[in-house]
Design a protein around this ligand. Structure first.
Ligand code: DMJ
Length: 650
């Protein structure tokens, strides 16, 4: 083959390595390119080099984005069943874009009004039937979650006191700037309402899937190990979740649970149960489900368990023991003390009072009223604030001088107000004790943090103030708002809003956007951040209190920022606590988004309370469990407010 005629290749022969035949070898070509390069002018060479550098930079930029994508794929491919915590989800398929004004779920919206009366749930569950639609919806939501989660990460590092809504809003409650989420038009609001309520139903279904598969009929799901734990051995989660399923219109799930109660549940068991926990979760859950459904099965079970709890009151002082054996009919205090917890003995009243009203048997109400009367008269309070322990022999407060609105005292205050509301606002003693206690909180426990002035409720120990606040205290904004709604002073609502803001900050200032169990507020001038968290307090148990308060605040103010705050919290529960095989788990470390460290437990109140309050928060229907007709017990089980004319059992 002849070499092509290229005059500048003549020099090829200078190498002395060519054989005369055509040679397109590398070296040959290199040399002729070099000759060509030398023949170019300086300007041409500079231009050429410039182009090369430009190409190199562009190449580098696109390389990094491609590798990022590739890395994403690899990670996703590696996500096997053994990956325990569900990672932020990327949608595989996007749904049709929603046109303006178009409702993506029209039939769902048209049937939005939910029944809270007796009878089966009225809304045919379209999404339940159409599994695909549901999946797509969930994908969109999780895509949003990812987006919003990322934004949040930017603003929510510890120390930065910024909440996105307020920072961009800057207006007072209810006054929203044009582009703020609070100023949605009617269509946007409906779409959001549907999407968010459906997201809660989806979360419930996911939690239920885990419970059903790995813990059916047992107390609590251990979602990570795909097993269960027993506390009382009474199907605690199943009973706690009953009315949530009814309210969320999860008919099939509800029917399965009802079937288990009808055929499997027996309280005739040789087992020690905690009086308070059994009352608020089981008795409360059965009573509220009876009211919502009208199904006498639940009332029969409520009577059964209620009567089996009564031996707890057989004490010298009539202050009940903490533990009862519901099979043997015996009761006792914990092994190490004859004390009971004040919150426990004063937060069983709504349920026992209702049991008396329904059965017309006065002993239940009489027993719990006796406790309230005694506590009302006791020495050792500080401006209406109560100590944390009470002795079952003497009937006196013990461990005096320590005051908190958190663990061991919290729901005492809640039940003062709620008993007053339940009984038709006639029992003045409850109101007086409640009002006095709130003044006591203001005087002794309320402080502001530094540098940003977050209002918080601390603790007092023998006159020494501690800026420690349990997440449990976040029930207080909701309770204060409920009181204001029922005619109590307007400044209760002001305080509710301030504390609500603080409770939300307890979430957004953490790296995961989830609150720890306990925080400490900084009070000294020159602090860099308002909130500190001790290593031992970094866990999150999927508790409901903040969501509960957001629900009350939204119902009474209609300020959508509360819904938006709740939405962010739900997204973070999905992001950091959802377990891929089903269920949600408590976590050990809200400060580590890379490894929140699952605790392998889904508390029953996640289904009984947290998800229920999320659903009610996102609903625009104020008649869905109207707060003028129902009062929620401390486990989020709605009990009816007694009709005014009805004769009381006592
Ligand atoms: C629930 O059992 C109740 O809300 C109780 O009053 C406090 N603790 C849990 C939820 O955090």
């Amino acid at each position: 083959m002849q070499a092509p005629s290229r005059p500048d290749y003549v020099s090829v022969h200078l190498t002395g390595q060519q054989t005369g035949s055509y040679n397109n070898g590398k070296q040959w070509r290199r040399q002729s390119y070099w000759r060509k390069w030398k023949q170019l002018s300086r300007l041409q060479r500079s231009l050429f080099l410039f182009m090369l550098v430009l190409l190199f930079i562009c190449g580098l930029a696109s390389y990094s984005s491609v590798t990022k994508q590739l890395r994403g794929f690899t990670v996703r491919e590696q996500e096997t069943e053994s990956n325990i915590l569900q990672k932020p989800f990327k949608p595989h398929a996007l749904p049709e874009p929603v046109k303006q004004g178009q409702d993506p779920l029209p039939d769902q919206l048209s049937q939005r009004k939910l029944s809270n009366k007796r009878g089966p749930p009225v809304r045919p569950n379209r999404l339940q039937k159409q599994g695909n639609t549901s999946n797509i919806l969930s994908e969109v939501k999780v895509a949003d979650i990812k987006k919003e989660g990322e934004e949040e990460r930017v603003i929510s590092w510890r120390g930065a006191v910024i909440d996105t809504v307020q920072a961009t809003d800057g207006t007072k409650d209810g006054e929203n700037k044009e582009d703020s989420p609070g100023n949605r038009n009617v269509n946007q609001s409906k779409v959001l309402e549907t999407e968010r309520m459906e997201a809660v139903r989806e979360a419930f279904r996911h939690a239920w899937k885990g419970y059903k598969e790995y813990a059916w009929g047992h107390d609590e799901l251990r979602p990570v190990s795909r097993s269960y734990s027993e506390w009382f051995g009474l199907g605690l989660t199943l009973i706690d979740a009953l009315d949530t399923m009814w309210i969320l219109e999860l008919k099939q799930e509800f029917e399965e649970a009802r079937e288990w109660i009808a055929s499997e549940l027996t309280f005739n068991r040789n087992v020690d149960v905690n009086l308070f926990e059994t009352t608020i979760r089981i008795l409360g859950g059965l009573l509220s489900t009876y009211h919502l459904t009208g199904d006498s099965l639940f009332l029969d079970k409520a009577k059964d368990v209620g009567s089996r709890l009564m031996p707890a009151f057989n004490t010298q002082s009539k202050i009940p023991y903490s533990d009862v054996n519901i099979g043997k009919g015996t009761a006792h205090p914990p092994r190490w003390t004859s004390d009971s917890t004040v919150a426990e003995v004063t937060s069983i009243q709504l349920e026992f009072r209702e049991l008396s009203r329904l059965t017309q048997e006065p002993q239940y109400q009489a027993a719990v009223a006796e406790v309230m009367n005694q506590v009302h008269k006791l020495e050792g309070k500080l401006d209406g604030l109560v100590p944390m322990f009470i002795n079952t022999n003497s009937g006196q407060f013990t461990h005096q001088g320590i005051f908190t609105l958190g663990a061991r005292a919290d729901s005492y205050y809640e039940y003062l107000l709620k008993q007053w509301i339940q009984g038709g606002k006639k029992e003045d003693q409850f109101l007086e004790d409640y009002l006095q206690a709130i003044e006591g909180v203001k005087k002794n426990l309320l402080q502001k943090s530094s540098p940003n002035g977050l209002v918080f409720v601390g603790e007092l120990s023998h006159g020494q103030f501690s800026p420690k606040m349990d997440h449990l205290v976040c029930f207080l904004p909701g309770t204060l708002a409920l009181g204001a709604h029922n005619g109590l002073p307007a400044d209760h609502m002001d305080l509710a809003k301030e504390l609500m803001h603080t409770c939300y900050q307890m979430y957004v200032q953490m790296e995961t956007g989830l609150s720890p169990e306990i925080v400490h507020f900084n009070m000294h001038q020159g602090s860099i951040r308002d909130i500190d968290v001790k290593p031992a307090d970094r866990h999150n148990l999927l508790r409901p209190e903040t969501v509960e308060s957001l629900f009350y605040l939204y119902r009474f103010t209609k300020d959508r920022k509360y819904q938006d705050w709740g939405w962010k919290i739900l997204q973070n529960f999905n992001k950091y606590t959802k377990v891929s095989s089903g269920g949600y788990t408590s976590i050990n470390n809200v400060c580590d988004p890379d490894y929140p460290s699952p605790r392998d437990k889904m508390e029953s109140f996640f289904l009984g309370e947290t998800l229920k309050y999320f659903y009610l928060l996102f609903s625009e229907d104020a008649d869905l469990i109207s707060l003028d007709k129902y009062v929620f017990n401390t486990e989020a089980h709605p009990l009816p407010i007694w009709p005014p004319a009805e004769p009381q059992p006592l």
